[in-house]
Design a protein around this ligand. Structure first.
Ligand SMILES: Cc1ncc(COP(=O)(O)O)c(C=O)c1O
Length: 420
């Protein structure tokens, strides 16, 4: 049976059990007591809460699911069943081709140079009708042509990426990610014309991801830092509204676009206010890695977590669990480490931190931990945990309100797939 994310007025969603951490983590621990570690869980009502909250925050604009932030096919498919979600923003072409076996609208959010996958796309009528590739230069078109000439292939659906970074002239410099070289409206238009003028391609969309707004938490630091983030995000969004609007307008004059995609979990309220945007992207907010605890304008439920088992007690106030070095991508720093959330009051030992095989944790709570007990963590990011485990245990509350494992959901890894 596929899982359902309809909340249908569920009392457990309304009660938001995660707001009472002691009872919440105990219920998760009880439900998975007989499962050996590492054990990864998805709390069904927390996932439902987050999914519906994303739709609410998107204010009527369809939400394209950022699959890299989930990497669990059954969850992606369950989200697509909900009103408000439409299509997938995949992260590689092989992944997109795989997903397109069951999903009819998959945009690859990043350019590809995978010749084998391009060959498969170019020769698959169904794949070519369902999958859109990302480009930001004529070189990308040349690469596709070099794999298979236009006369010998399907028409390739193309999305153009507009750089959304803010080139501030002040001390902040350029903020945002270094992705597309197409920054100015006329630069986007030039490449759009190249796509439109070439046989074998169909220009169907524009994507422009404001990472500096979606991916930078505005309540994660001290007051001065947060104020700087707020300043940067206000100025950057104002600049982007004008520039993105002008760029989209120019391209719309020469191509009949199906979509203009922007934003991410952290920026839904702002991105939906941009009239040039027809849809938003979001994924991380569904599982809610702990990076998302630092945003002021929304509070996702901690839906994904993993449990590790205590295997030794080196000192009275230290308990060591097996595993734990699930460090997240991005600029290295303590915020990239999984957060030990339960029992409360455990912390890493700085000189050792989260280890490759073992992780010692120090704190008052460690004194009462015994060998075989479990410690619960949240990953920093949302999809990367799926690379560590074969499956998530789906914890759903029955009529009696008791949370039980009702399903096992394979991750991409569990299905034998790894894409980056
Ligand atoms: C192109 C693009 N769009 C949107 C997102 C936002 O995804 P999420 O909601 O998972 O943070 C990302 C994340 O990195 C992205 O790269």
């Amino acid at each position: 049976m596929p899982i359902s994310l309809e909340n249908g007025g569920r009392a457990s969603v309304a009660r938001a059990p995660w707001r009472d951490p002691a009872a919440h983590w105990k219920s998760i621990a009880d439900a998975t007591a007989s499962v050996d570690a590492p054990v990864a869980v998805l709390h069904a009502d927390a996932v439902r809460f987050n999914a519906h909250d994303i739709v609410r925050r998107a204010s009527g604009k369809p939400v394209r699911i950022a699959s890299k932030s989930l990497r669990v096919r059954s969850v992606i498919e369950a989200l697509l069943e909900l009103d408000g979600f439409a299509g997938v923003l995949a992260y590689t072409l092989p992944e997109a081709l795989w997903l397109s076996e069951t999903i009819d609208d998959v945009v690859v959010g990043y350019p590809t140079a995978d010749r084998g996958a391009l060959e498969r796309l170019a020769t698959s009528p169904r794949g070519a009708a369902r999958v859109t590739v990302m480009i930001d230069s004529v070189e990308h078109l040349d690469l596709i042509d070099s794999v298979r000439a236009p006369a010998e292939r399907e028409t390739i659906r193309v999305c153009l990426e507009l750089d959304a970074s803010w080139r501030s002239r002040g001390p902040l410099g350029t903020v945002g990610v270094h992705r597309s070289p197409l920054h100015e409206p006329h630069e986007l238009e030039t490449v759009a014309r190249a796509v439109v003028d070439r046989p074998g391609f169909s220009l169907v969309g524009i994507m422009s991801y404001e990472a500096q707004i979606a991916g930078v938490a505005d309540r994660a630091g001290r007051r001065a830092y947060n104020a700087t983030v707020a300043f940067m995000q206000n100025r950057s969004m104002a600049e982007l509204l004008d520039r993105r609007g002008a760029a989209v307008e120019r391209v719309r004059r020469i191509a009949d676009l199906e979509f203009v995609n922007g934003g991410g979990t952290g920026s839904l309220e702002r991105t939906t206010q941009d009239p040039s945007i027809t849809e938003v992207a979001a994924g991380s907010g569904v599982f809610a890695g702990h990076l998302f605890d630092g945003y002021g304008h929304f509070a996702p439920a901690p839906a994904a977590a993993f449990g590790l088992t205590v295997v030794r007690r080196p000192e009275a106030d230290v308990a060591t669990v097996l595993g734990g070095g699930f460090v997240a991508s991005g600029p290295p720093g303590p915020d990239r480490l999984p957060s030990p959330v339960w029992p409360a009051g455990l912390e890493y030992i700085p000189r050792e931190s989260a280890g490759e095989v073992q992780t010692p944790l120090r704190g008052g709570a460690a004194r009462s931990l015994r060998i075989g007990d479990r410690v619960w963590f949240r990953h920093t990011k949302s999809g990367e945990l799926s690379e560590r485990v074969d499956r998530f245990h789906w914890l759903d509350a029955a009529e009696d309100g008791i949370v039980r494992v009702t399903d096992d959901l394979p991750t991409y890894r569990g299905e034998g797939r790894s894409f980056v």
